[in-house]
Ligand binder design. Structure first.
Ligand code: SF4
Length: 186
């Protein structure tokens, strides 16, 4: 009989098997949500209004707070990013397409164990398509996930609280930081 965090060890093991660099299971109330994160989406982010999984095409921060309150646990994942030249967007898009499969697989594993409300979020805008079909419907609704930031999640503070160290490269783009993703489990 397992309880609390231990109940989700099978997902942690699966995430590591699928290639995640680091995994933390945390109580869902340790996911930090702040209105100012959404403000940063609105001011200066090039994908604001240009991606169907970014604001304003997302639940608002208050709606997400309510959704989050219905979950007990979350899993934070760190995914190692290979060195990708700043001008090689093709490689970057293909990396994103590949890694989102980790999240989808984890959702599937959780679902099979009866946690059928498990859902995931990736850091940054959806990059499944080279150009988002922003004036129409999502081309890949089964795979596309909202970005963590668009929900108002303060990724750094949440990772800090979970004891996960993140490095932030402010010189290169795309930055050579590890990518972070989140699963809400239930
Ligand atoms: S899958 Fe394509 S159309 Fe859908 S949100 Fe992502 S980039 Fe946009």
């Amino acid at each position: 009989m397992t309880d609390g965090i231990d109940e989700y060890r099978f997902l942690e093991e699966e995430a590591l098997k699928l290639g995640c660099e680091e995994v933390r299971i945390i109580p869902a109330d340790q996911v930090i949500v702040e209105n100012r994160v959404r403000l940063k989406c609105m001011v200066g982010c090039p994908t604001y209004g240009k991606n169907l999984r970014c604001p304003p095409n997302t639940p608002n921060v208050e709606e997400f707070r309510k959704m989050l309150s219905e979950y007990s646990y979350a899993m934070l994942l760190k995914i190692k990013r290979p060195e990708i030249p700043a001008d090689d967007m093709y490689q970057y898009f293909s990396f994103y397409n590949d890694k989102i499969n980790i999240l989808l697989e984890l959702e599937k594993v959780a679902f099979k164990e009866g946690y059928n409300f498990t859902t995931s979020f990736f850091a940054g805008s959806c990059k499944l398509c080279e150009e988002c079909n922003v004036d129409g419907d999502c081309i890949n609704p089964i795979k596309a996930r909202y970005s963590m930031e668009s929900m108002g999640i303060n990724v750094h503070k949440t990772a800090d609280n979970a004891g996960m160290e993140l490095k932030f490269d402010t010189v290169n783009y795309p930055p050579s930081i590890s990518l972070v993703a989140l699963l809400l489990i239930d």
